[in-house]
Design a protein around this ligand. Structure first.
Ligand code: HEC
Length: 125
């Protein structure tokens, strides 16, 4: 992922469109649709982060969306847009859940999974 970042920086600083195109298109390195559900808006994300956000979104859709809704605006669980909670809080909430309310995912997700989910949640503004 650092290689992609370096290529992006090089082609931005040289203004060399051809090398950007070879690097896999500057635009697709930076802009990905992050909203889930019908409404999707492009959000600017650093290239090194895009994989993590995409993975987080996919984990969210599989594991969280049935309670927090596909668009994360809340259903049985609360709206997760503009979360004021810290990364530590969210990590603990995902690991431990809330008895009788939210599933505990400590067995299912490793640290990198949880980081990806948090990266995705931080794009929900
Ligand atoms: C079984 C339904 C259910 C599932 C599955 C679920 N949640 Fe929740 N979640 C809830 C409920 C209900 C709450 C509110 C709990 C409370 O604070 O009383 C909650 C609270 C939260 C909060 C805290 C919000 C706040 O500001 O207090 C976060 C963050 C969160 N969930 C993220 C997730 C993520 C990420 C996943 C998937 C990995 C997930 N949840 C899966 C039901 C669920």
């Amino acid at each position: 992922m650092f290689r992609a970042l370096r290529i992006a920086i090089v082609c931005v600083s040289l203004g060399n469109i051809a090398s950007c195109a070879r690097a896999g298109s500057l635009q697709s390195s930076f802009v990905i649709p992050v909203s889930v559900g019908k409404a999707s808006k492009p959000v600017l994300v650093a290239p090194a982060q895009t994989n993590s956000v995409t993975r987080g979104r996919s984990l969210f859709l599989k594991n969280c969306a049935h309670c927090h809704a596909d668009d994360a605006h809340g259903d049985e669980g609360p709206d997760l847009h503009k979360l004021k909670r810290s990364d530590d809080f969210i990590t603990r909430r995902i690991r431990n859940g809330v008895k009788g309310e939210m599933t505990a995912f400590t067995e299912k997700f490793n640290d990198s999974d949880i980081k990806s989910i948090i990266s995705f949640l931080r794009t929900l503004n």
